[in-house]
Design a protein around this ligand. Structure first.
Ligand code: UD1
Ligand code: CA
Length: 457
C-alpha cells in the first residue's frame, strides 16, 4: 500500500533536562530521529515529512543524508498542531502514517501490520498493553470494546488513569479525513495544546471504523521523555543487536555487556567477543576473530584469526590475518597491518603500514612509518616523526632489527637486514646488512669509591 509518513520531531523535550534537542540524543550512536527515519525508509514510504521546531536548524543540519521534506513548526503548539504544518504536503487519497521522533525502537513488522490493518478503515491506531501506563495517553473503549477516544494522562479521571492500554502515538489515517479532523482540533485541555490524539474521538463519534493493532514486543513503543527512558531504550536496542549477532553465530561471553554503535559485518565463523567490547562505525570481523575484554574498535577491518587481547583501542585500522594486538595497545587511524603482525603492550601505532611477520612487542611509538616484513622493533623504540612543525616518514626495510630504546629521527631509512644497537639515536639512513649504533662508550673506573654518609655532629 502506498503511504506517506510524517515524523513529529519539533517538541522541546523539557523532561530530558538537556540543551540538546531531544530527537538528537543517540541510541546505539545514532540520533533517535535517525532510527525513526530509517524505519520510514525501510517501510517504503513514498514521501517522508519531518516536522521540526525546537532546536531549529540544528536538527536538519544534523541529518544531512535524509531524503525528506523538512517542515518548520514554530511555535510548537502540540502534536496535532505539528501534523497540521505538514497538511499542505500530503495527498487526500493517500494513507498518512504518523511516527513520533521520540519512539525509536518500533519494529518494522509492527508498523507493517498497522498499515495492513488500515485496509479499508479510515483510521488505524497502534496501542499497547503495559503494566505501568504512567505518562501515556489512555485508550478509552466502550462496553463493547469499541475505541471511543484517547485521553491524555493530565486530562484523565482517576478511573481512566487505571486503563493499561496506552497510545503509542503511531497511527495511520486517510489524508482527506485527517485534514478535516485536524482542522477541528482545539486546545481546551490541561496542557493547552492541540492534541493529535483528539482525532480518535472525532472518528469514533462519526461512526468510522478504527482499526487497532497492538505492539507485541514490550519495549518497542517506549517513548523517550527522560534520561532514564533513554538509558532503558539504549539497553533494549543493544540487546537486540547482541541477539542478532548471536543469531549470526557470534559468541558473546555476556550479551548484556556488548555495545554496537554502528554496524558490524560478520564475515566469518567462530568469532568470540569477551565482555565490554564496544564496536563503533563500520567494523568487519573475519573467521575466528577473538576480542578480549574492554576493547574499543572504531571503523576497523579484522582479518581471519586476528586476536585482540584485553584493553585495546583501535581506530580506522586494518588488521591482517593471524595478527595479534595488545594487551593495552593503541592503534590509531590509517594503520594497516599485514598478516601475522604482533603489536604488544603499551605500543602506539599511527598512520603506518607494517608488513607481514613483523613485531612491535613492547612500549613503542611508531608513527608515519613503513615497516617491512619480518622486522623486529625492540622495546621502547620511538619514531621521532614530528619536529614541532612538520611530520616526517620513517622507513624500516625487510628483516631489520631495531634494538631496544632506539630513537629513529625522521626522515630516516633503516636498510634491509640492518641491525640497530640498543639505545641508539639514529639521524641518518643506515646501510643494509650492517650493525649501526650511536652510543657513548662504556667506562669502568678502577678504584672509585662510593661516597659515605657523614655523621651529623
Ligand atoms: C504523546 C501522545 C500520547 C502517547 C505518547 C506516546 C499526544 C497529545 N499524546 O504524548 O497519547 O501515549 O505520545 O509516546 O499526542 N511534537 C511536535 N510538536 C509539538 C509537540 C510534540 O513535533 O508541538 C513531537 C515531539 O517532538 C515528540 C512527539 O511529538 O517526538 C510526541 O510529543 P510529546 O510531547 O513527547 O508527547 P507525549 O506527552 O509523550
Ligand atoms: Ca513522548
Amino acid at each position: 500500500m502506498t503511504f506517506q509518513t510524517v515524523i513529529l520531531a519539533a517538541g522541546q523535550g523539557t523532561r530530558m533536562r538537556s540543551a540538546r534537542p531531544k530527537v538528537l540524543h543517540p541510541i546505539g550512536g545514532k540520533p533517535l530521529l535517525g532510527h525513526v527515519y530509517e524505519l520510514a525508509q525501510g517501510l517504503g514510504a513514498e514521501a517522508v515529512f519531518i516536522v521540526y521546531g525546537h532546536g531549529g536548524e540544528r536538527i536538519p543540519e544534523s541529518c544531512p543524508g535524509f531524503e525528506a521534506t523538512w517542515i518548520l513548526q514554530s511555535p510548537q503548539l502540540g502534536t496535532g498542531h505539528a501534523v497540521q504544518q505538514a497538511m499542505p504536503h500530503f495527498a487526500d487519497d493517500r494513507l498518512v502514517l504518523i511516527l513520533y521522533g521520540d519512539v525509536p525502537l518500533l519494529r518494522r513488522e509492527t508498523v507493517q501490520e498497522l498499515i495492513a490493518g488500515a485496509g479499508n478503515a479510515t483510521l488505524a491506531l497502534l496501542t499497547m498493553q503495559i503494566d505501568d501506563p504512567t505518562g501515556y495517553g489512555r485508550i478509552v473503549r466502550d462496553a463493547h470494546g469499541r475505541v471511543l477516544r484517547i485521553v491524555e494522562e493530565r486530562d484523565a479521571t482517576p478511573d481512566e488513569r487505571r486503563i493499561r492500554e496506552v497510545n503509542t502515538g503511531i497511527l495511520a489515517c486517510r489524508g482527506r479525513a485527517l485534514r478535516e479532523w485536524l482542522g477541528r482540533l482545539d486546545n481546551g485541555n490541561a496542557k493547552g495544546e492541540y492534541y493529535l490524539t483528539d482525532i480518535i474521538g472525532m472518528a469514533a463519534a462519526e461512526g468510522h471504523e478504527i482499526a487497532v493493532s497492538q505492539a507485541r514486543e514490550p519495549n518497542e513503543v517506549l517513548g523517550i521523555n527522560t534520561q532514564s527512558q533513554l538509558a532503558v531504550a539504549e539497553r533494549v536496542f543493544q540487546s537486540r543487536q547482541a541477539q542478532s549477532l548471536m543469531d549470526q553465530g557470534v559468541t558473546l561471553l555476556d550479551p548484556a555487556r556488548f555495545d554496537l554503535r554502528g554496524s558490524v559485518a560478520v564475515e566469518g565463523q567462530e568469532i568470540e567477543l569477551d565482555v565490554n567490547v564496544v564496536l563503533e562505525g563500520c567494523v568487519r570481523l573475519g573467521h575466528r576473530v577473538k576480542i578480549g575484554a574492554n576493547v574499543y574498535l572504531k571503523d576497523c577491518v579484522l582479518g581471519d584469526d586476528v586476536q585482540i587481547l584485553p584493553n585495546c583501542y583501535l581506530e580506522n585500522a586494518e588488521i591482517g590475518d593471524g595478527s595479534r594486538i595488545g594487551p593495552f595497545a593503541r592503534i590509531r587511524p590509517e594503520t594497516r597491518l599485514a598478516d601475522h603482525v604482533h603489536i604488544g603492550n603499551f605500543v602506539e601505532v599511527k598512520n603506518s603500514t607494517v608488513a607481514s611477520g613483523s613485531k612491535i612487542n613492547h612500549l613503542s611509538y611508531v608513527g608515519d612509518t613503513v615497516v617491512g616484513q619480518r622486522v623486529n622493533i625492540g622495546a621502547g623504540t620511538i619514531t621521532c616523526n614530528y619536529d614541532g612543525a612538520n611530520k616526517f616518514q620513517t622507513i624500516i626495510e625487510d628483516g631489520a632489527f631495531i634494538g631496544s630504546d632506539t630513537q629513529l629521527v625522521a626522515p630516516v631509512r633503516v636498510g634491509r637486514n640492518a641491525t640497530i644497537g640498543a639505545g641508539s639515536t639514529i639521524t641518518k639512513d643506515t646501510p643494509e646488512d650492517t650493525l649501526t649504533l650511536s652510543r657513548s662508550k662504556q667506562l669502568s673506573i678502577d678504584g672509585w669509591q662510593r661516597p659515605v654518609k657523614q655523621e651529623k655532629k
